[in-house]
Design a protein around this ligand. Structure first.
Ligand SMILES: [Fe+2]
Length: 629
């Protein structure tokens, strides 16, 4: 038996992954255990969990592999700072002591993180090799083209490659500072959202705007070539020298200073979001088209933070000659831990690989699960009123009735997801048909901006009835955006999609919305499933199949039998700024502090109305702990 532990750490989203004899056994992000969003520290808890899952000790691990090469990254930082000195001197002074200490001492830190029990050789592989390995090795393909796109690792910011059998080859790369991820993050920063976590907010904002700045971005900020590679005009940015992302010149080009976090979102931010989204899609399309021409492959694997851009992914599948697409669900740097471990097993140790169906990612349910006895003991200790459905019999019918009755459900089942999306193991569920649900869950459960759309879960075999997806296509990891079918749209929404809102309309809406740039347009009923239909009639869908998610499948079937509708809202089980819940205790606390009506933990059902008043923490106290995202 050979056990390989993959680690990513010390930047953001630290994680650990364990691969035993080529099989992915466990993977989890440190933030879920420490409850610190994006925790960058050594993933001690995640490592402990991975070892627990197999009963191994760090001394039994054969190889420990880190997801990037610290010396290459150090070289990049040093060269970058020297190139822009003295402009970059202040951030150089600030960053270097930390770097020297943390990165160059990395082997020591890893060994002490493993309590000095690991005696083997530490392996460091390149950041984009980790991403590429995470994209190809778990995929169901014997052969595929590979595209990785992110902010930056050591030097590479995008790579093109190819995988066959147990080997990947990266043949082309684009290098720092020319980076699609950093360009997107610059707009995230400029629009007042947090870099490295607010990118998906910017993506959600895009349909509210018009791509009015697309020409400026393409004309001024970058020189984009036919093959999708580009060079940025660095005078508009500050990520080489400064502590902000954008320069004064950028501000002049886009009409003033960045939006202050927390201040009202205006038409400008919506238009910037729409514009950078279009540019991102254009770069993704050109790079992937070039990759297709280079490899001739009919299958494409994607990873890197940009691969979480579901709208771009949807266009790759629809507009390019690739027939099949597989995207690593943990496409950010957390997934690098998994890719690194698989890279060692297949590429360095030269072990064969038999592609698995539907894939090797095991529904991405790679985190901890909790025994029923532990959950019951917790509920007793909390004095909770609960009901156990032995063997789960009758549970899904009961929950389906609650959902149909307008209740919001905290749904925790089995092992936790690996990756940023809740896929039905740690989810909040609601009725997608209910026009009030979108605002209700955003404001009273998540305590967040009301413009944020929700994603649907849908029975896989009925997805094509509601969404523009072929009957044989799936989206098990919620990484594709597709359109709601015309026959499910209300007539007015179908017309509107054909003629997008003008700036003047946006302005009127903004006035009505207290200057919030027409964000209340999201409340308009556009389809028979309004809570998950975005402004442009799109939806970020997750198809649910019996093999990967048997309980969730059963719930959707029960709901469909009751209502005729095989679609529900699925959003992550947390509030704004909080890591997704991990343990039954996390789930119970989040349930009690918010307006979630019912909590399901495996076969236990807890109804809010049956709990004793006054035992819950106040929402304010809970928000105070997490809600400063
Ligand atoms: Fe990355």
């Amino acid at each position: 038996m050979k056990a390989i532990l993959g680690l990513s750490a010390f930047y953001h989203d630290s994680a650990a992954a364990l691969v035993v004899d080529g099989r992915i056994i466990a993977a989890a992000q440190e933030e879920r255990f420490t409850r610190i969003k994006g925790d960058p520290g050594f993933p001690r808890h995640a490592v402990d969990y991975c070892l627990r899952e197999t009963g191994l000790d760090a001394a039994n691990i054969d190889h420990v592999v880190f997801y990037e090469k610290p010396f290459l990254k150090f070289e990049r930082l040093l060269e970058t700072y020297l190139a822009v000195a003295p402009a970059g001197f202040s951030s150089f002074i600030k960053a270097m002591p930390q770097w020297v200490h943390e990165k160059l001492m990395l082997p020591d830190r890893i060994r002490s993180g493993l309590d000095q029990k690991f005696a083997g050789r530490l392996i460091f592989i390149e950041h984009h090799e980790s991403h590429a390995a995470s994209a190809f090795f778990p995929s169901p393909f014997e052969e595929a083209a590979i595209l990785t796109l992110d902010g930056v690792g050591e030097w590479a910011t995008a790579t093109l490659g190819h995988g066959r059998g147990n080997r990947i080859t990266l043949s082309h790369e684009m290098r720092f500072p020319h980076s699609l991820g950093l360009l997107y993050s610059a707009f995230t920063y400029f629009c007042g959202f947090k870099v490295n976590s607010g990118e998906y907010k910017l993506m959600g904002l895009a349909p509210f705007g018009a791509p009015a700045f697309e020409g400026l971005i393409l004309g001024k900020l970058m020189d984009l070539r036919e093959d999708g590679s580009f060079r940025l005009d660095l005078s508009y940015f500050d990520f080489c020298a400064g502590l902000t992302m954008t320069s004064r010149r950028f501000e002049r080009l886009f009409g003033g200073p960045p939006r202050r976090p927390g201040s009202p979102i205006t038409r400008r931010e919506c238009d910037l979001a729409a514009s950078i989204q279009r540019v991102t899609e254009l770069v993704m399309l050109r790079m992937a088209a070039h990759l297709h021409a280079l490899t001739g492959s009919r299958r494409l694997c994607l990873a890197g933070g940009v691969a979480l851009n579901c709208v771009g992914n949807g266009r790759l599948l629809r507009e390019l000659p690739f027939e099949k697409l597989w995207i690593q669900p943990a496409s950010g740097d957390a997934g690098g831990a998994l890719g690194a471990a698989l890279f060692v097993w297949h590429q360095l140790l030269e072990n064969g690989r038999v592609p698995q169906k539907p894939d090797g990612q095991r529904a991405s349910l790679l985190g901890p699960g909790y025994p029923a006895g532990e959950t019951e003991a917790l509920l007793r200790e909390k004095g909770a009123a609960y009901r156990l459905f032995p063997g789960g019999r009758g549970l899904c019918d009961a929950v389906a009735r609650l959902v149909a009755g307008g209740k919001v459900i905290g749904w925790m089942q089995g092992r936790m997801e690996f990756g940023p999306r809740a896929l039905g193991a740690r989810s909040i569920l609601g009725d997608a048909r209910n026009p009030e649900m979108q605002a209700l869950i955003n404001l009273k459960v998540k305590f967040r901006e009301s413009f944020r759309p929700f994603a649907p879960i849908v029975l896989g075999d009925r997805a094509h009835e509601y969404f523009e997806l072929n009957p044989d296509e799936e989206s098990p990891y919620m990484l594709l955006v597709t359109q709601v079918r015309g026959n499910k749209l209300l007539a007015s929404a179908a017309d509107e999609a054909a003629a997008p809102a003008t700036a003047a309309e946006g302005g009127r809406a903004a006035a009505r919305d207290g200057g919030a740039a027409g964000l209340d347009r999201i409340r308009k009923i556009r389809s028979v499933v309004p809570a998950i239909t975005h402004l442009d009639n799109s939806a970020r869908i997750q198809t649910v199949d019996r093999d990967r998610n048997p309980k969730l499948f059963e719930l959707l079937e029960a709901f469909a039998a009751l209502t005729g509708c095989p679609v529900m809202i699925n959003t992550s089980f947390n509030i704004r700024g909080e890591p997704i819940v991990c343990t039954p205790d996390d789930a119970y606390r989040c349930f009690m502090a918010t307006h979630i009506d019912a909590l399901v933990i495996d076969d236990f059902l807890v109804l809010k109305e049956q709990q004793v008043a006054g035992t819950a923490p106040s929402p304010e106290a809970y928000l105070g702990r997490y809600g400063n995202d």
